[in-house]
Ligand binder design. Structure first.
Ligand code: WTA
Length: 656
């Protein structure tokens, strides 16, 4: 693993803080008392937060950490997640409240779904899944664009205690195949096709390829979205509209143990094989709901919340499905790309629905910045009262632009740090309570503990002079309710990946570099392992390398993430071709980019591929990615003394 001094990004000079306005503070959900309460008794604090949910059987012990790092939260308690997200609000008399304003990519395509309607549809889907033979503990892969049925499908699984594994619909057939296989999914739920910038493209074809000869898959359930020609396999494939609407709207939810598995979500690690991150029921829902309520300050009666993520990523799970719905809010769900059919689309959606809370990624903010503020200026964005950011460090310039152009220079911004593994937000300002500095996620939320430590696990001094402050590792030194419970089928990898770096102290190693600012706030600097962050998407160098060497012309490949103004990082690949392939270099690069798109996803296509005669290696044969990053970013080379052959760089530079 590279040492922390190699961390690519570095924080801006200490910028002035934005304190909360009195007006916002006066009606904020959170108050400073939350910090005190959690500080006084952390477990009592979580006990209270868990009680915001409806439990069928009350829990006993708040946390059992005796088998660390395998946590048990809210021991013995039983609840149903879908009941908490849907039925509970209907029973409380809020059935007529809009749960989802769905906006399709084709203009004019829209649907409004109230909580009562959502309850009926989730119940019908749960009955249909039961008819297809699913029982608690089974796995279902969901490979769908952002249509309401995707959310219904997730909730129907949760209702039955069936684990969903949502696979981003931008992933290729082989990426889906690997995930279906690993989870041994019994059912795949998909759509006939999806809209991409106004054009309908098949999705079902990829499913057919992915499930071919996979014995575990008994059925494929297909939502009709685009109406394009779709081949159906007799006996295996079932149209959603032929079974779900016919099913009964009566369904009694069963309560499951707090530690019953809720879902799997695959994410990139430092090897080529994606990890199935496992989340469970009680702790996950408690922290999702608590963070959504306090960080986004939601007022269910009046707010219109919009999180622009895709359900294929953890942000979509926690802050489109479980957080907002458990709090009974009204939200916008948008199907398409932000700039389709024109770059006005996102602003039109905000205006149309009167969006009050908007949660997006820095890469999108930078896209809007590039398009220019005159586009935003043509729209009435005055409904916005809170903005959020997630996925990568937000550069202070983008933060300020976001606040000025979206937020009329007055809305608070919450820069939220968390991971697929943490399940929900861990580090963020609390609007109306804490200051915010552009570019910093600030401090751990009440109930959460995070520290920055050096190589030996010694905590860096918070609040020392910024200029002299060294970079360190971000660790979570106390368990939290929505923490991952493991990696599917691989407990050893779970321990090794997250708990071995600081095993002695029993800390969770997040894989991010960080430093303290002058006021003790946390500046997350980015990944320090071999995980890249491309537009907020996690992709490992090993995954792309293995796709490249999968091509018959490639002998060896090394991949690095180089900084990129637009996407945060961009993928740069260095490949050595086999003698037989060398003749045709020019086409080869395009072929290789296509190979990566096919093996993983178009989002993983390298920005650059350099055909090189050799790769820089240490005597033990390890590729020195740090030096390749220097090359990719056009920097002076760092220390080359451990290389077998330092002159290899002349050849590499010559081929750039
Ligand atoms: C990065 C996304 C800085 C970080 C929720 C982390 C961030 C990885 C921030 C997790 C932020 C996420 N500031 N960096 N506010 N939010 N990251 O699993 O490197 O897709 O480890 O979860 O994104 O990515 P993941």
């Amino acid at each position: 693993m590279p040492s922390i001094v190699e961390t690519a990004a570095s924080a801006d000079i200490d910028p002035p803080a934005f304190p909360p306005s009195d007006e916002f503070a006066a009606s904020a959900n959170a108050s400073a008392e939350l910090y005190d309460e959690a500080e006084r008794d952390r477990l009592a604090f979580w006990d209270k937060q868990a009680r915001r949910l409806a439990w069928e059987t009350p829990f006993g012990e708040v946390l059992d950490w005796s088998e660390a790092p395998f946590a048990k939260w809210f021991v013995g308690g039983k609840l149903n997640v879908a009941y908490n997200c849907v039925d509970r609000h209907v029973e409380a008399g809020n059935g007529d409240r809009v749960a989802i304003h769905w906006e399709g990519e084709p203009v004019g395509d829209q649907r409004t779904i109230t909580y009562a309607e959502l309850k009926d549809e989730v119940s019908q889907a749960a009955n249909a899944l039961t008819d297809l033979g699913l029982v608690a503990g089974d796995r279902v892969a969901i490979y769908m664009p952002m249509v309401p049925e995707a959310i219904v499908a997730m909730l129907a699984c949760a209702r039955l205690g069936v684990m969903h594994s949502v696979v981003f619909a931008g992933f290729s057939a082989s990426a889906l195949r690997a995930r279906v296989e690993d989870a041994e999914a019994k059912l795949v739920i998909t759509t006939d096709g999806q809209y991409r910038r106004g054009k309908a493209a098949s999705l079902k074809e990829a499913v057919d390829e992915a499930v071919k000869d996979q014995e575990c898959v008994e059925h494929v359930l297909v939502v009709r979205r685009t109406g394009i020609d779709t081949a159906m396999t007799e006996g295996r494939d079932v149209w959603w509209d032929e079974v779900v609407p016919k099913a009964s709207t009566d369904h009694t939810p069963e309560a499951f143990d707090a530690e019953h598995p809720l879902f799997l979500l695959y994410t990139s690690g430092t090897t080529g094989k994606p990890k199935g991150i496992m989340h469970t029921t009680g702790g996950y829902l408690t922290q999702s709901s608590y963070t959504h309520f306090n960080v986004f300050d939601v007022k269910p009666e009046t707010d219109v919340y919009w999180c622009t993520a895709d359900i294929g990523w953890v942000t979509g799970h926690t802050y489109i499905v479980y957080g907002p719905l458990s709090n009974g809010v009204t939200q916008v769900v948008y199907e398409g790309t932000p700039t389709s059919p024109t770059e006005h689309r996102h602003f039109e959606v905000i205006e149309k629905y009167g969006v009050t809370i908007y949660y997006t990624a820095p890469t999108l903010i930078r896209t809007f910045m590039k398009l220019g503020r005159q586009i935003a200026a043509e729209h009435d964005l005055s409904s916005l009262r809170l903005l959020g950011s997630v996925g990568e460090p937000i550069n202070p310039e983008a933060w300020r632009w976001y606040r000025t152009v979206f937020g009329a220079d007055k809305t608070p911004i919450v820069d939220t740090w968390w991971q697929t593994e943490t399940g929900s937000i861990m580090i963020s300002p609390l609007p109306g309570v804490t200051d915010a500095k552009p570019g910093s996620a600030m401090t751990p939320l009440p109930g959460i503990s995070a520290v920055i430590v050096d190589d030996d696990g010694k905590q860096l001094e918070p609040g020392t002079d910024h200029g002299e402050q060294a970079n360190g590792y971000l660790v979570l030194d106390k368990p939290w309710p929505s923490m991952l419970r493991g990696i599917w089928g691989d407990p050893e990898r779970f321990k090794e990946t997250y708990w071995s770096r600081f095993a002695e102290q029993g800390w969770y190693f997040a894989g991010d570099g960080a430093r303290y600012g002058a006021d003790g706030e946390i500046w997350v600097l980015g990944r320090i392992d071999d995980v890249m962050n491309i537009s907020g998407h996690r992709i490992s160098t090993a995954e792309v390398e293995s796709a490249l060497v999968g091509h018959s012309g490639v002998a060896e490949a090394a991949v690095v993430g180089a900084s990129d103004e637009q996407t945060g990082q961009a993928i740069c690949a260095f490949v050595i071709l086999k003698a037989s392939a060398k003749a045709d270099d020019a086409n080869m690069v395009e072929e290789l980019r296509a190979e990566v798109a096919k093996e993983i996803s178009p989002i993983a296509k390298p920005r650059e591929i350099h055909v090189v005669p050799e790769l820089p290696k240490t005597r033990s044969g390890k590729i020195m990615r740090r030096l390749l990053r220097d090359v990719a970013e056009g920097r002076e080379l760092g220390d080359t003394s451990t290389l077998v052959d330092p002159s290899v760089f002349e050849a590499i530079r010559a081929s750039k």
